[in-house]
Structures are given as structure tokens and as C-alpha cells.
Design a protein. Structure first.
Length: 376
């Protein structure tokens, strides 16, 4: 029984359904618990960020994670993250081949949008989940590259004057600033097409390729990122309840994060019921993580500087966007993000050491939050 043939499992629910109660559930989660469910033995390689002040917040699991990230310093990523990102970038460079550029320079603009930085979180989630599930590395690298192309497409379009009108992305002028608005629109279109081409060209059975295409398409559909972006624009200037912000975040960015994990697991051949529990754990992990990433993004838009973000800070307030930070206040939003990361950690804790890489990605996000949005 594979994931895409598993109608009874919560993990098979559409990306925006099972999570409907997540915001409320997570807001309610207990504030003070002892003991980290996340193994800490590899913390010596983690990107660091917490401060002694953070350690005194006393929020067990994530305070603990931050403290250990800080204590083990070095500022380096775990080797697998570094190698995984490099391997995915090699696929990107091959797929977006400069030699195929015609006189228009469209491919050069696509390479600019895709190959110039980025934390590669979604590709790494795909690699970590897929490796855990037993998928072949070469397939995960191709799928990770497809996901990163789709992610880059959403960023290029998000930055357009008609959307967020941003001039800086990944520390560089945005694609429309550098190449013009028409080219930026076409870059997004073509990146999306190349993402699906990459999945369709995988050396894998037809039903696996179809399942992967469906996952990615659903994640950016009207029920996913595109729908979430429409909600984002429709809420400008409005004061709305938190649950509407959460629903928007789950769609506009959470759905692709969730798909990244699901697609990694889909690359594995899974024929027994034991995998049902794995998929459910992964799905909850990715739903929590995806929402946390956007909440953190909202917070850092307020607290971080241009050099840290590689984009212009303060844009959400300037554009009158309701965000978790503006609705909840910075400290409550920060706690919300920590709760979500902790929930994600707890959902994979029963998987034991094989979920270590997924845990490390949580720790990286946690350290990033501690470093750039320290506790008041
Ligand atoms: C930015 O995503 C947009 C959001 C969904 C918050 P990332 O923060 O993952 O951006 P890159 O890929 O590292 O640039
Ligand atoms: C956009 O959210 C999420 C996407 C679907 C790209 P934001 O608009 O907050 O992302 P940034 O801050 O520009 O990266
Ligand atoms: Mg936006
Ligand atoms: Mg934006
Ligand atoms: Mg943002």
C-alpha cells in the first residue's frame, strides 16, 4: 500500500484539510514540558543562534535545542545538508542548461532565479524524508530540484509589482528588477514547466511519476500556493482572526513544504502497512514545519535586517499585510512558531534515529529564529 493509495490515512488528506485544526491545536499545546524528543547528538554541526537569554525562556524542547545549538557552535551545517544542497544544485544547473539559452536570455534569467542562493529547505526536506523511507538518492535529487524550481517560481511571482513589489531577493535584485517584468512572468511560467518536465522524465514507474506530478500540482494549485497567495492579497489592509492567517499560511507556503516531504517519501517503494504510520508521522511533521516556516518569516520581516534576510525587511507592515506577527504580537508569534516546531519534533520522535535529519532541519529553523528574533 503506497501513500497515494491510502485513502483512510490522514496523511492522504488534501494539503489544506487535515491541518484545519492544527492552528488551534498548536496554540493550545502545553507550554512547559521537560525533555527534548529530538536527539541532540549531532548538534555540533548545526548552524547556531541561541543566546543565554533564550535559554532562560525555559521552554523545554526548543529552548533546549537553541541552547545546544549555541553551545556547540561552529556555524556549520551538517555535512549531509551541505552535500544534499550541492547535489540538488548540480541537477538544477544541468536542467536549466545555459547552452540552451536562445537570443532572449530567458534561461539565463531562470538560472538567476534558481541558482543564486536560498536555504534549500524544501529540497532538503525531500532528501531527508525520502532517505528515511528508503528512496534512491539520485531520484530524490531530481525531485528536490523540481521542488526548488517550483519554489523559485513562487518567489519570482511573489516579488512582482502586482504582488509584493519587492526589489531584493536572496541578496540580489529581484528577477523583474534585473530582467524586466515580462521576463519575470515568463521565468515563473517556464520554471513551473521545467519542474513538471523533471518529474515526468524521472527514471521511475509511470504511476510513481504521476503521483509526484499530482503532489506538486496540488501544492501550487488553487487549494495550495496560488490560492494562498490570492488570500494573502485579499486580506491586505484588513484585521482578521488568527485562524484566517493560519489557513492562508498553510496554503501559500505550507502546502509546498508539506508536498516536499510527501514527495520524498513517495520516491520510496512502500508496500506494507508499516509505512502508513510513517507517512502519518511525516505528514504531521511537515504540516507543522510548513506553517512554522511562514510564521518565522513573518516574525523576521519585523525583527531582522536586510543582510540577514537578503530581502527588504518591514515589507509586511508597509504593505498592510496581516501576519502572525501583526495579529498575535511578536512574542506570541514567536511562541507559536516554537510550539509548531516542537509539535513537529514530537511527531517524528517515535521514528527514532532514522528521523535524525528531519530533526536537524527543525533545529536549523529553531536556531535561525533564536538568532534573528531573540526573546524580548
Ligand atoms: C521564502 O522561503 C518564502 C516563504 C515561504 C517564507 P524561504 O525562506 O525558504 O526562501 P529561500 O529559498 O531560502 O530563499
Ligand atoms: C510568500 O510569502 C510565500 C510564497 C508563496 C512565495 P511572503 O511574501 O511572506 O514571502 P517573502 O517574505 O516575500 O519571501
Ligand atoms: Mg507574499
Ligand atoms: Mg513576499
Ligand atoms: Mg514574508
Amino acid at each position: 500500500m503506497s501513500w497515494h493509495h491510502m485513502p483512510c490515512c490522514e496523511a492522504a488528506a488534501p494539503a489544506t484539510r487535515g491541518i484545519a485544526a492544527l492552528g488551534a491545536r498548536t496554540v493550545r499545546v502545553r507550554r512547559h514540558r521537560g525533555g527534548s524528543p529530538v536527539r541532540d547528538k549531532d548538534m555540533n554541526n548545526m548552524q547556531t543562534g541561541s543566546t543565554p537569554q533564550d535559554d532562560r525562556t525555559g521552554d523545554s524542547v526548543l529552548g533546549g535545542l537553541g541552547a545546544q545549538a549555541h553551545g556547540a557552535s561552529g556555524g556549520l551545517l551538517p555535512v549531509w545538508m551541505h552535500d544534499g544542497a550541492n547535489r540538488v544544485e548540480h541537477v538544477l544547473a544541468r536542467v536549466l542548461c545555459a547552452e540552451h539559452d536562445g537570443e532572449t536570455g530567458l534561461m539565463a534569467a531562470m538560472r538567476y532565479a534558481t541558482l543564486q542562493g536560498g536555504k534549500r529547505t524544501r529540497a532538503l526536506l525531500c532528501l531527508a524524508a525520502g532517505t528515511l523511507a528508503g528512496a534512491p538518492a539520485h531520484m530524490l535529487e531530481d525531485v528536490g530540484a523540481a521542488i526548488e524550481m517550483m519554489h523559485a517560481c513562487t518567489l519570482v511571482h511573489d516579488d512582482l509589482p502586482a504582488m509584493d513589489d519587492d526589489v531584493l531577493r536572496r541578496g540580489l535584485p529581484t528577477v523583474h528588477v534585473k530582467f524586466g517584468e515580462a521576463t519575470a512572468i515568463l521565468v515563473g511560467d517556464a520554471l513551473q514547466a521545467h519542474a513538471f518536465l523533471t518529474l515526468a522524465s524521472l527514471d521511475a514507474p509511470g504511476d510513481s511519476r504521476i503521483a509526484l506530478v499530482r503532489e506538486l500540482a496540488q501544492a501550487v494549485s488553487a487549494e495550495g500556493a496560488a490560492g494562498g497567495q490570492a488570500k494573502d492579497l485579499s486580506l491586505v489592509g484588513k484585521h482578521v482572526e488568527l485562524d484566517r492567517i493560519v489557513a492562508m499560511h498553510q496554503m501559500k507556503s505550507g502546502a509546498l513544504v508539506r508536498a516536499s516531504v510527501r514527495m520524498g517519501a513517495l520516491c520510496a517503494v512502500a508496500d506494507n502497512a508499516a509505512h502508513a504510520a510513517l507517512y502519518c508521522a511525516l505528514d504531521h511533521y511537515s504540516a507543522c514545519f510548513g506553517l512554522a516556516l511562514q510564521v518565522i518569516d513573518d516574525i523576521l520581516d519585523v525583527t531582522a535586517d536586510t543582510a540577514t534576510l537578503g530581502k527588504t525587511p518591514g515589507k509586511d507592515a508597509a504593505a498592510q499585510k496581516p501576519t502572525c506577527a501583526s495579529i498575535m504580537g511578536l512574542q506570541a508569534a514567536r511562541q507559536f512558531a516554537l510550539d509548531l516546531l516542537r509539535d513537529a519534533a514530537e511527531s517524528i520522535a517515535p521514528l527514532g534515529p532514522r528521523a535524525e535529519r528531519l530533526a536537524q532541519l527543525l533545529k536549523r529553523a529553531n536556531a535561525y529564529l533564536f538568532k534573528h528574533a531573540p526573546c524580548a
